[in-house]
Design a protein around this ligand. Structure first.
Ligand code: ASP
Ligand code: MG
Length: 453
């Protein structure tokens, strides 16, 4: 019996028919003698709606109610299922009522409210399977054994506690022929409070569960045909990448069309469980296998552009040899709530270049100017807008030959910053936005060469 984790993402869960499609996939796997374990996200847009409900947006709670009731009735679920759904919805509405009365939602309460999205999906999925004659039971990630830290909103799984619990809970079900449907995104503190794993966290739930069970594969069913070599809107001949190493997948996880939780592939490094990214709408079509580490045969696999960036250039000879300047700049980014997308400094130490999103560059540069210029630590802070990062990914970039091939394409182009990713499997080039598309196309045509297997 091959245990196989199948993860259905929120982007594909739009209505009753999506749950039926997911059930078809599960049934198909069972016919192939697999023991599927389903990990499921909240329906499309629901997590955002629940977030805004807590921020006081009127009407969104109603929409959450209506959507799930409508799906349940479209699916013709039995009375018992309808009652369970009503129970969950009533509990959600009581919690939201309490939040509104108290005019405050602590991080613990926020996670509790968010958990309803995944719980409703799992409940629906499990009942759909039951109505198709499959023995099934649903549970939260925490009940399945995912134990996390108390960092509500960004909780981290405690692997050493999680793995044995998942095995104890899930293995007996598989042996009895029961299909477990587990909420992604959710964990539980050792004290029993529900936590969430951060945006897109159900991807991480799937790889954790697959690793704990030493599954034969973890499959991500999503709305794209695997990972593509480039954005097809820019590069019409972009195609599905057959295989990515774990290092490559980690470099791409946050940037591609299907965004993964940044830690998704980490559990797979140790467990060695392969992952596959498959189209939900065309499961027999092309897909991407994520497996193993880089080897010398590897190629340059993908190129993409991240737009709307700005470069904040902090200069001053007083920075040279002064310990702590970079740390001060980074803490000012933190204080102004700005994420640093890329950063660089030459050994002369006369400048620190910080790349941030365009819409927050002024906020950040003003703060650096106010704090560090007045202290005479820096002499100027300049902002250059309308920049894009062209990111090239592939183990093949480790070869000087491929690396130089990319650099040669930069002739006649202003490059504001160059940075290499982990294990040298990615290369970031900051260029003027109006040149980015052309550069992506040229790199795709001349360097990205992953052909069919
Ligand atoms: N529903 C959660 C989110 O939208 C988790 C997930 O979809 O992975 O972030
Ligand atoms: Mg998602």
């Amino acid at each position: 019996m091959r245990a196989l984790v199948v993860k259905f993402g929120g982007s594909i869960l739009e209505g009753g028919y999506s749950f039926l499609g997911a059930a078809d996939i599960v049934l198909d796997l069972m016919e192939q003698e697999c023991a599927p374990i389903v990990v499921i996200s909240a329906m499309k847009g629901i997590t955002d709606k629940l977030r805004s409900v807590m921020e006081g947006t009127e009407g969104h709670l109603r929409q959450v109610f209506d959507l799930h009731r409508e799906v349940a009735s479209d699916l013709n679920l039995p009375k018992e299922a309808m009652r369970e759904i009503s129970d969950l919805l009533n509990e959600l509405s009581r919690t939201v009522w309490a939040v509104r009365m108290l005019k405050e939602a602590t991080p613990r309460v926020r996670d509790y409210v968010l958990s309803f999205g995944e719980r409703l999906s799992a409940l629906l999925m499990s009942h759909v399977l039951t109505s198709r004659g499959v023995r099934s039971t649903w549970m939260t990630g925490g009940d399945a054994g995912v134990i996390t830290t108390r960092d509500f909103g960004e909780a981290r799984p405690i692997t050493r506690r999680t793995y044995p619990r998942i095995r104890r809970k899930i293995r007996p079900l598989l042996l009895e022929g029961v299909v477990p449907v587990i909420t992604g995104f959710l964990g539980m503190t050792p004290e029993g409070d529900i936590t969430t794993l951060g945006r897109g966290g159900s991807d991480l739930s799937a790889t954790l569960i697959a690793s704990a069970l030493n599954a034969s594969e973890v499959r991500f069913y999503t709305d794209v045909e695997g990972v593509l070599t480039a954005n097809p809107e820019i590069v019409p001949n972009a195609r599905t990448i057959n295989r990515l190493s774990l290092e490559e997948a980690m470099e791409l996880s946050y940037l591609g069309a299907k965004r993964f939780h940044p830690s998704t592939f980490e559990p797979l490094i140790r467990s060695g469980v392969p992952a596959r990214i498959i189209s939900f709408h065309n499961p027999k079509g092309s897909s991407t296998l994520v497996k193993g580490t880089c080897d010398c045969q590897d190629k340059v696999k993908a190129v993409l552009a991240v737009s709307d960036l700005a470069l904040v250039e902090v200069r001053g000879t007083t920075m040279v040899g002064r310990i702590g300047t970079a740390a001060e700049i980074a803490s000012l980014a933190r204080d102004s709530g700005v994420n640093i997308c890329a950063i660089s400094q030459p050994v002369s130490e006369t400048v620190i270049d910080v790349v941030v999103r365009k819409d927050c560059s002024k906020r950040f540069s003003n703060l650096v100017e106010r704090r560090l210029k007045s202290k005479k630590v820096v002499s100027s802070v300049k902002v250059k807008e309308d920049l894009s990062a062209v990111v090239v990914v592939g183990c093949g970039l480790r070869s000087p030959h491929n690396f130089q091939k990319v650099l040669r394409l930069l002739k006649h182009m202003n490059v504001y910053l160059i940075s290499r990713g982990g294990e040298r499997v990615s290369l970031t080039l900051l260029v003027d936005s109006d040149r980015a598309v052309e550069l992506v196309r040229r790199i795709h045509d001349e360097v990205v060469v992953d052909g069919p297997a």
